[in-house]
Design a binder for this molecule. Structure first.
Ligand code: AHR
Length: 502
């Protein structure tokens, strides 16, 4: 029988809330329609932000939102998105469907969205096609309080006070859509551009700079960028590189074919989950390279794009990356977040792609309707890990299950503690079989369950639709028995659960 031993006396580091971050790009119906609507849309909103969407996201306690891209970031010229809306430039979104981008959602709107969500801001700058001056002026526009051309322009555009930029990405995927650079070239560009991403007010919190990291398993990129930038980082009081990013998407059938979001067999279920588990190896191996330069782990890994990327839904614009979200996505989310928790010594931020209507979204909208996806409920349960201490947990007796060449352990877990409450999150990866588990707490106290919840369905393909919005949802989990320091539980097939004890 699978056994989990939890030693709450052994703390293993803080799980940064930012690991539960979100990413929203100017892509398809992610921002326009999904988050931001026109005043004449008839959809309830506050300053253009959809009330239903903002309320639902607030329940997730979103810690940080990354914007405006993605590939869009390295074609985005921020000045196109400020000032009176009627004067804003209309342009073609060349990356995503060739549609007209009217720039009605710009810097002021992003900051307003983050204000409503109560989250930190992660702005991704344009290194690929923008100038150093443009990047420096954007920082000045957003953050400078005093008298200056850009601060004056912001005030003229209606925002007297500067905003706080918590994180600033110096380019995105510069090995690809962000300029097709090799690592040496990018690293030198990074050094130059980031010089002008200045903290204009030394008394305020510093802007944390995110350097573009590798695509999937490009270890050469990590090594070269670290080598070129790290010595430079060390000399400064406030590092010139605070984070190095990593992007990894799960495509069950590979990048070219991808695979359907809803139509898959049992073997593809296991293939998808096996590819999800690959995140662990990626973090280990990129982390080992980072350790060689940065053994004190001053630089955080920011997995600021992750999640499933399937073939888009039939009949939708292929450039819009709209996909359904099943119980399988819930497992991908649960497994990945457990991996991040367990690597909290190096992974300091992560942003799932993408919040609304794009890729592995939390929410889907259709006109004025909105539904929550299975992934949404996983983020809702896992929010209890934000800012908690990872505590030691050891699994034994776990069988490998699978089909064809795709085998995975039947269960994954992570455990944390905050304010005296232990949160255990468990995933049963089996498409067919329940799992009986024994959980043992080593502490010397009387444990009691505070709450227990689960996301599951007997059909691995199950998802929510606008007609049936609550087919898959978070429910109370009851199949456990706790006596003293021992708990016996049964996790149904295809499930993600959280159990909280004190
Ligand atoms: O999230 C969709 C795209 O995936 C992003 O624009 C890009 O950074 C990545 O390739």
């Amino acid at each position: 029988m699978a056994k989990l031993v939890i030693n709450d006396a052994k703390k293993q580091g803080r799980i940064e809330p930012e690991i539960y971050g979100q990413f929203s790009e100017h892509l398809g119906r992610g921002i326009y329609e999904g988050l931001f609507v026109t005043e004449d849309s008839g959809i309830e909103n506050v300053n253009g932000m959809r009330t239903d969407v903002v309320e639902a996201l607030k329940e997730l306690e979103v810690p940080v939102l990354r914007w405006p891209g993605g590939c869009f970031a390295d074609e985005y010229h921020w000045m196109d998105g400020i000032g009176p809306k009627e004067n804003r430039k209309r342009m073609i979104n060349t990356n995503w469907g060739g549609v007209v981008e009217d720039n009605s959602f710009g810097t002021h709107e992003f900051m307003e969205l983050c204000r409503q969500l109560g989250c930190k801001t992660y702005v991704n700058g344009n290194l690929g096609s923008g100038t150093v001056q443009e990047m420096a002026e954007w920082i000045e526009y957003m953050t400078f309080e005093g008298v200056s051309p850009m601060a004056d322009l912001r005030k003229k555009n209606g925002h007297e006070e500067p905003w706080k930029v918590d994180y600033f990405g110096v380019g995105n995927e510069n090995w690809g859509c962000g300029g097709n650079m090799n690592p040496e070239h990018y690293a030198n560009e990074y050094r130059r551009y980031q010089t002008f991403v200045k903290n204009l007010d030394e008394d305020k919190d510093q802007i944390q700079k995110v350097c573009c990291g590798a695509n999937v398993d490009d270890y050469y990129w990590t090594k070269d960028v670290m080598k070129t930038c790290f010595a430079h980082v060390e000399k400064k009081k406030h590092g010139n590189m605070d984070y190095l990013s990593l992007h990894y998407y799960v495509h069950p059938e590979g990048w070219e074919i991808k695979g359907s979001a809803t139509d898959f067999d049992e073997e593809v279920w296991y293939k998808t989950l096996s590819k999800t588990l690959y995140m662990d190896e990626l973090i280990e191996r990129h982390g080992t390279i980072m350790d060689r330069f940065d053994p004190l782990k001053k630089i955080g890994m920011s997995v600021d794009e992750w999640g499933t990327w399937f073939t888009c839904e039939p009949g939708t614009n292929p450039g819009f990356l709209y996909q359904q979200n099943t119980v399988r996505d819930a497992l991908v989310a649960g497994i990945t977040l457990n991996i991040f928790n367990k690597h909290c010594d190096r992974v300091k931020m992560a942003c799932i792609a993408q919040t609304v209507n794009v890729l592995q979204a939390m929410l889907l909208t259709e006109g004025e309707k909105m539904i929550k996806t299975p992934t949404y409920y996983v983020f809702h349960m896992y929010r209890h890990h934000q800012g908690a201490d990872l505590i030691s947990s050891e699994l034994t007796g776990v069988e490998d299950i699978g089909m064809g060449e795709w085998y995975v352990p039947q269960v994954t877990e992570s455990v944390s503690e905050k304010d005296g409450i232990i949160t255990i999150t468990l995933n049963n990866l089996s498409a067919t079989d329940a799992l009986h588990m024994d959980v043992q707490f080593t502490g010397d106290r009387d444990y009691e369950v505070v709450e227990a919840n689960i996301v599951t369905h007997q059909d691995m393909h199950a998802y929510n639709t606008f007609e049936e919005p609550e087919n898959v949802k978070e429910e109370t989990f009851k199949d456990y028995k706790l006596e003293g320091g021992r708990m016996k539980l049964t996790l149904p097939a295809c499930s993600v659960a959280e159990i909280r004890v004190k």
